[in-house]
Design a protein around this ligand. Structure first.
Ligand code: UD1
Ligand code: MG
Length: 491
């Protein structure tokens, strides 16, 4: 293999151009096509990360349609990309002219051209294309694929000696040419000097009246320069997104690849078909994922954790041996051995300490639980710190919002709070303190105290028979009373 940037070679020699100025009309979207996402990443981010993987010295992205949106997205990615603006989309050749102008001088070495809407293309494939290009000494090396249905693509025209002599666009092809199944993926490696010279010679002599980049192949052949194809078996990597159906298709294939990769790395995925894992998620061997689970964003999971079934987690950090069942969560941290769910909702800022618990029908927001702290049943805990080893009783509501502002609550270490409590924030319950069932805690509770807010229990004997005569409850109570008695008792 010759030197390629990916294998530690002269990275300074490669300039990448990513074409992303096209309209994407068939998406029928107010969002730029290249900003639609699969695997939690925009199509453009997939393309730019693939290019970054070969260590190009410069990367230029050609933007045009929905330019403000696309520019903002590029800036947000922070990938050191030069933008070239193509005001009017006059074809792929014109887009490359604009990219070269944005670079100033025609670069040295090799130019790698890719598309912003081809998301499955990998850095490895680009490195192989570059290696082939450099090893063969070709002026142009086209990444091609053999498709069962080549319609719509530019066809690779070879001569009797099987050498590539031209690329013919679908609209410009004749019957014989249309039958060719080898297509231009649009991705190619070109000698920079030749490219600079060739794009200046392009003419819009075709069905669309555009400057076709593909015409540089014919120009190279005319100049007696060698042209070749690098045929890619994995045709998914050459597929672009034009509409929502393709977006879904490629999204599913990306997911199939990601789940397969994690299974190879020792993750148990019971049902890969109903498990969705974003590109940036990080898993560890011996994680188990049950059906119907989506791990999104920058979620990370440590060894021995079990997630699912039917769980969606975005940007959640999950410690070793944690168990998360039927849960929806985002921007949260789940400690080692902690347990969550079934039917829990973890909102941003929630942190569960080691062996802690957020149980059934519990919503937590910006709640920090110490090690072993538990909120097991039917509660809302928001803007609260719950100390190590504390247990919050069933049906507790942290009233964090006074209608205008949010306030914080603190529950001390090893506190035991009763069922059906309301903690009216801001309020603090001391270390080791107890609260009685049904308490509305409005004032701070000192460490070690028992607090209760309900009055002493009062019992009125015979109240049901007197006030609800004839009801099932009265009958169950066992005493039949006359209407008169009932009326009297009711007064
Ligand atoms: C192009 C190729 C075709 C190839 C196919 C692969 C040409 C002439 N044809 O055709 O051989 O089989 O891709 O998908 O190159 N773009 C710009 N500015 C423009 C025009 C296009 O940035 O003025 C960008 C688009 O955003 C897109 C890419 O270039 O990412 C390809 O453009 P598209 O219009 O889809 O070209 P095709 O007709 O599909
Ligand atoms: Mg296209």
């Amino acid at each position: 293999m010759t030197d390629t940037p990916a294998s530690g070679g002269s990275s300074a020699a490669v300039t990448a151009i990513v074409l992303a100025a096209g309209a994407g009309t068939r998406m029928k979207s107010s969002r730029a096509k290249v900003l639609h996402e699969i695997g939690g990443r925009s199509l453009l981010a997939h393309a730019l990360l693939a290019v970054r993987g070969v260590g190009a010295a410069n990367t230029v992205t050609v933007v045009g349609h929905e330019r403000e949106q696309v520019s903002a997205a590029i800036t947000a990615l922070d990938l050191d990309v030069v933008e070239a603006v193509q005001e009017e989309q006059r074809g792929t050749g014109h887009a490359v002219q604009i990219a070269l102008e944005a670079l100033g001088d025609v670069p040295e070495g090799t130019v790698l051209i890719t598309y912003g809407d081809v998301p499955l293309l990998t850095s490895d494939t680009l490195a192989e294309l570059l290696a082939d290009h450099h090893a063969s000494g070709q002026s142009v090396t086209i990444l091609t694929a053999e498709l069962d249905d080549p319609s719509g693509y530019g066809r690779i025209i070879r001569d009797a000696g099987d050498l590539v002599v031209a690329i013919r666009e679908d609209r410009d092809a004749d019957e014989t040419e249309r039958a060719i199944r080898e297509v231009n993926s649009g991705i190619l490696a070109v000698d920079a000097k030749f490219l600079g010279d060739a794009v200046a010679r392009l003419a819009p002599t075709n069905a669309q009246g555009e400057l076709y980049l593909t015409d540089i192949v014919g120009l190279a052949v005319d100049d007696g320069l060698p042209v070749g194809a690098h045929v890619l078996e994995d045709i998914w990597q050459t597929e672009g997104v034009n509409d929502r159906a393709q977006l879904a298709r490629l999204g599913r294939e990306l997911n199939r690849r990601l789940t397969a990769r994690w299974m190879r790395e020792g993750v148990t995925i019971v049902d890969p078909e109903t498990t969705w894992i974003d590109s940036a998620v990080s898993l560890t061997a011996d994680v188990t994922i049950l059906p119907g689970t989506q791990l999104l964003g920058a979620t990370t999971v440590e060894s021995g954790a079990t997630i699912g079934p039917d769980t969606t987690l975005r940007n959640v950090e999950i410690g070793p041996e944690a168990t998360i069942v039927r849960t929806h969560g985002s921007d949260a941290v789940i400690g080692a051995g902690a347990s969550v769910g079934p039917f829990a909702y973890l909102r941003p800022g929630t942190e569960i300490g080691a062996d802690g618990k957020i149980g059934t029908f519990v919503e937590a927001k910006n709640a920090q639980l110490g090690a072993g702290a538990k909120v097991p049943h039917l509660s809302y805990v928001g803007d609260v710190e719950i100390g190590e080893g504390a247990n919050v009783g069933a049906g507790t509501i942290v009233a964090n919002y006074d209608g205008v502002n949010k306030h914080r609550t603190k529950v001390g270490r090893h506190a035991r709070t009763g069922s059906n409590n309301v903690f009216v924030a801001p309020v603090s319950i001391g270390d080791g303190a107890y609260t009685a069932g049904g308490t509305v805690v409005r004032q701070d509770v000192p460490a070690g105290a028992l607090t209760m807010s309900a009055g002493p229990q009062r019992t009125i004997e015979g109240w049901v028979q007197a006030n609800r005569p004839g009801t099932a409850a009265a009958e169950a109570a066992g005493e039949l009373v006359t209407d008169e008695q009932g009326d009297d008792a009711g007064e």
